[in-house]
Design a protein around this ligand. Sequence first.
Ligand code: NAD
Length: 431
Amino acid sequence: MPDPYINAVAQLDSVKKYIGVSKKVFEQLMIPEHIIRMNISVKMDNGRKKTFIAFRSQHNSARGPYKGGIRFHPQVDEAEMKALSMLMTWKCAVVDIPFGGGKGGIVVDPKSLSEKELERLSRAYMKAFAPYFGAWKDVPAPDVNTNAQIMSWMLDEYQKWLMANGKWQMENPSSPYAVLTGKPVELGGSQGREEATGFGGAIVLEQIAKKLKLKRQYTTVAIQGFGNVGYWFAYFADQAGFTVVAASDSKGAIFVPKGMNPELTLAKKKEKGTIAGNYCVGSVCDVKLGKTLADKDLLELKVDILVPAALEGSIHKGNAGKVQARIVIEMANAPVTPEAHVILQKKGVLIVPDILSNAGGVTTSYFEWSQNLTGSSWKKEVVLRKLREVMETAFDAVWSVSKEKNIDLRSAAYVLAVRRVIDAMRLRGTQ
Ligand code: NAD
């Protein structure tokens, strides 16, 4: 596996020429402002203590508090944390929300832990890193293998830490909730967060269709991954009139030429435990309406739009040459490797980069933070309306830079984001 941090720096390096950034500023942007690494000790169910390695990387705070998830995964390491925190800086800047970039993690396979051990580990992480977090400092969120329950334990632990350290009064009374996002609605989470990332991606799809004058009904879409992001993308794309002809999960893929009903397909998937074999069109599910494919075949289907919404690196140099779609909308993080990007570019495939197309999630995290700080609670329609506005504005800005400089959308998104961060640094006098 290539070093993710080297990839992240190479990406930054590739847009340097369009921005005119000095060597000094470039170096500032390359290196996270802080990387905190700690050993955290947790009591296991057998009574023994076990030590876990944990990180928080805080990349850049010129535009606001650091923002980014906490992942629990055996492959977490410093290079990954640095790379992902840098990506968060660009993602927040592309959609113009007032955050910098952060990322945290613990080296652990959470499947090997009991529920109680998971809770103790989550609390131990927050206890150890609490001095570095805060509504105006660094605002974490769920990421790979972490969820709203884990955020709830962490929120509780953070409040205990504030009280134990006499810091409660220093904070705005509502801000303990604003210390992290992705919470359940009962604990200050936002309406609309669940569907936000997929919804944001579907807005990007609508904008692409508008620019390229595609007729929605005749525009076919294949989606790799039918989890949170993939399902909601399918749902909103279908609602907007596009024809979703294929989708997959880790157990298989389906091809439904007439266009699937995502809601019914999800219901069937829940019933049977897999998407394979469920072909639902309109209000009918029937074996005659489609066929089951291997996941790799989904990536090679002759469709207009391919949406990788499952895994990092799923389109790589080994399969990029076989992609027949005209447009790839990256909904997973980094689903197209740098080598595959070059191959797709040469074939004339339009790639909408992850830092734009999947930014609906972090944007709704920003809405959650705003609601917590003001003690308000917005209806789902309000959240989705505001999200639409943010995504449309960001898409237009990226598209304009791409046309103005005659560069691909990924480079354009980076140019826009890096420029915004540099402007903030210049205004602060920190460059
Ligand atoms: P999820 O766990 O809900 O869903 C992942 C889906 O991918 C599942 O349906 C799983 O079966 C499927 N999958 C796994 N391996 C597969 C394979 N080999 N082939 C086909 N399908 C496979 O996760 P999610 O929240 O939907 O996240 C998906 C991606 O989007 C991840 O890369 C994540 O980092 C990224 N992302 C998520 C959010 C968010 O708000 N959830 C925001 C930004 C980026």
